[in-house]
Design a protein around this ligand. Structure first.
Ligand SMILES: [Zn+2]
Length: 700
């Protein structure tokens, strides 16, 4: 995943961050954020930054940015690219500087003081965004430039920048009359309230949905350690619900009736007619989004959302999903039949995980303890991740112990280009800590920009288990994959070669941004790369081919099921967000069932990964009409990797071409055009189907 705090002027407010209650008065002289860092590439001076520095710097940064915005709008000179667009790009320097670091620390190294600042500042930062986009004078200047964009003598990047600014304003409602603007604000406010309400209800519903088990015998199939972790002081055991439809325990529980009860608790968690029922909230959310889209001139919310994405229209996203749905569903039926042979009675959705696990153990068994000695972190980093980047792009790396870090586990590397020139700084913070968010991500402390004269300062964060002192850090294959993934985002940021910060690095559409990272995962199992890094840390012996093959084979296990449940969820998202304004969606379950039928993904044994009533991505997490993006990006990365395979594989020339045509371009051109130029055609799902083992006939 990549986190983009979106701090440039047009984008201020996407950041969910801000800062602290300091009891000490910080003067501008003492506050390290008030001037650019003197360190290499303006790396944050972590040795000088204190918790109390954030809030005053954010507040002062916001104040300066408001003054700048006001001055741009109020100037008497008629609008030019420089006095308006470039001026906006240059504004908010202090705010960006502090928010980049604050955002990073809130995610990877937080504490009570930082959390408090975040809470206090979030609404203020959101208001700052409104103050900007609803500024009439500013919009008139942008609008005037947009109308004359062909006559301004702009290069392609500049012209696209004018178009993007214009779209940002229009999409935020700048063209509406006063009454519609008021309605829009009311809808935005209502959505914020409903989103919070959904979040609270779902949290409570998921908690309340846990099953309490009084008889230990019912838990047969689970390990003693798992059962111990579920134990309550009253001598009973609690099976807690996870956010997805299918629950991990279903893979182990031998008691079929308990599997059924767990499945029903999961799928019906938010439909009990009590205060945790989300049905009224989601139907209202869908309706108000449709109304807002109509106000802004779109037939439905998905049309509004996708206009800003690579897919461009709901029809194209739906077509892609439907194209892969057919082979996915067919494969799911094959898997179903295979497992049915092991089961005594007809396979139900609550049986799938259980029998799939039997198949996995029998046909695919991977013993983690057998694999881990070959994946020692430092070796994976130097001889795997860095090695692949050297083979493809000629990069070299040198550890910099002199650059201050925020935590002793963090390491810093200076990155050198193929010609030996210095390119960027890259930090890694790999080990789990209590004050770090879960998962793994990439972000920047400083974005590359020709205009601002800045070079990329990039970081990767993960949650690998920290070894005991003196012990090697041994990784799972999934961890290795994560390192390659996040480093793919980092390459996107480090190779950024753009003029304007609005377009730097990973500032691409949501359905494109996971493409470079997922693409980089492909090299983890490249024969020359595996041979370089996968060595037993005790003996240096290479990983046996049989083990490598096992890892590769596991990737096609149960993929009919996995793809069908993802596509089901993505199409459900599209169904809710393609309703026209004023439509009554009626009963939630009936609407959902009809949608799955209509899109041919109604498979009784394979329900959607999330059902409507607990689909947090689309109701609370900003992925409304966006869940398809995961699969869309996967099509791109598999298809681009296929290009490499067709053209001689892992070579410097191929890497250079990928860097020049994709990784260096940031958001400077339409993603679809960028991809077409690289691939010579539009993306095709063939490679994805093949990689997931869903193609019946092998490619010649
Ligand atoms: Zn990612």
């Amino acid at each position: 995943m990549t986190r983009h705090l979106l701090l440039g002027l047009a984008l201020t407010g996407a950041a969910a961050c801000a800062h602290s209650v300091s009891t000490t008065t910080t003067t501008s002289q003492a506050n390290p954020f008030f001037q650019p860092s003197p360190l290499l590439y303006q790396a944050p001076p972590f040795d000088l930054i204190h918790d109390g520095d954030y809030q005053p710097a954010i507040e002062e940064g916001m104040r300066q940015q408001l003054v700048e915005i006001h001055e741009i709008g109020a100037q008497s000179a008629s609008p030019t690219f420089d006095n308006t667009i470039v001026a906006m790009e240059k504004s908010g320097e202090l705010l960006t500087r502090v928010m980049k670091v604050f955002g990073a620390m809130s995610g990877a190294n937080t504490n009570d003081a930082l959390e408090h600042v975040q809470e206090v500042m979030a609404p203020k930062l959101a208001a700052q965004r409104d103050a900007f986009f609803l500024d009439d004078k500013l919009f008139q200047r942008v609008s005037s430039l947009y109308a004359r964009r062909d006559a301004l003598g702009l290069n392609a990047e500049q012209r696209f920048l004018v178009e993007r600014y214009y779209q940002d304003f229009v999409r935020s409602g700048a063209k509406l009359g006063p009454a519609d603007k008021a309605r829009l604000k009311a809808l935005n406010a209502e959505e914020a309230t409903l989103t919070t309400s959904f979040q609270k209800k779902l949290l409570a519903a998921t908690k309340a949905g846990a099953l309490v088990i009084g008889d230990r015998g019912q838990l047969a199939g689970m390990s003693d350690a798992e059962i111990a972790a579920m134990a309550r002081p009253d001598g009973k055991w609690v099976l807690k619900l996870q956010n997805t439809t299918q629950q991990p325990a279903q893979a182990e529980l031998e008691n079929r009736d308990l599997r059924r009860r767990l499945f029903e608790a999961s799928t019906q968690r938010a439909e009990h007619g009590d205060s945790n029922d989300t049905r009224a909230v989601i139907t209202r959310l869908a309706a108000l989004r449709a109304e807002r889209a109509q106000l802004l001139g779109y037939p439905n919310f998905a049309a509004y959302a996708l206009d800003d994405e690579m897919a461009k229209t709901p029809d194209r996203a739906i077509k892609l999903l439907s194209d892969i749905a057919e082979p996915a569903v067919a494969k799911a039926h094959v898997e179903d039949e295979h497992m049915q042979a092991l089961a005594a009675s007809k396979l139900e959705p609550w049986d799938w995980q259980y029998y799939a696990e039997q198949v996995r153990k029998k046909d695919y068994a991977l013993d983690e303890s057998q694999i881990k000695p070959y994946f020692e972190l430092d070796r994976v980093l130097h001889d795997g991740v860095f090695f692949a980047a050297h083979q493809l792009y000629g990069l070299t790396f040198k550890e910099r112990k002199d650059i201050p870090v925020y935590q002793p586990d963090v390491r810093v590397f200076e990155v050198f280009d193929a010609d030996g020139s210095s390119l960027a700084l890259w930090y890694c913070d790999y080990f789990k800590r209590d004050n770090k968010n879960g998962g793994a991500w990439e972000d920047t402390f400083v974005e590359q920009s020709g205009l601002l004269g800045t070079k990329p300062v990039v970081f990767n964060v993960a949650n690998f288990t920290k070894p005991a002192t003196g012990q090697p850090a041994l990784l799972s294959y999934s961890d290795v994959n994560t390192m390659f993934h996040e480093f793919g985002h980092a390459l996107h940021a480090m190779f950024s070669h753009v003029e304007y910060p609005r377009f730097a690095g990973t500032a691409t559409p949501r359905d494109f941004v996971e493409f470079p990272s997922q693409f980089n995962e492909h090299w983890a199992l490249e024969p020359s790369v595996v041979a370089s890094y996968a060595k037993d840390y005790r003996t240096g012996a290479p990983m046996p081919q049989e083990l490598i093959d096992k890892i590769k084979r596991t990737r096609t296990f149960n993929q009919g099921f996995a793809l069908t449940e993802s596509i089901g969820a993505a199409l459900l998202d599209m169904a809710w967000h393609t309703i026209p304004a004023g439509t009554s969606t009626g009963d939630v379950d009936a609407f959902e069932a009809a949608a799955l039928e209509r899109y041919h993904v109604a498979v009784h044994e394979v329900p959607p990964r999330y059902r409507s009533t607990y689909f947090a991505h689309i109701w609370q997490n900003g992925y409304a009409a966006g869940y398809y993006a995961y699969l869309w990006s996967e099509i791109l990365d598999d298809d681009a990797y296929a290009w490499f395979v067709e053209h001689g594989g892992m070579t410097r020339d191929n890497g250079q071409r990928f860097r020049d045509m994709i990784l260096s371009r940031g958001g400077t051109i339409e993603a679809a055009d960028m991809y077409r130029a690289f691939r010579g055609r539009d993306p095709s799902a063939e490679a994805l189907l093949e990689n997931r083992g869903l193609k019946t006939t092998p490619q010649p």
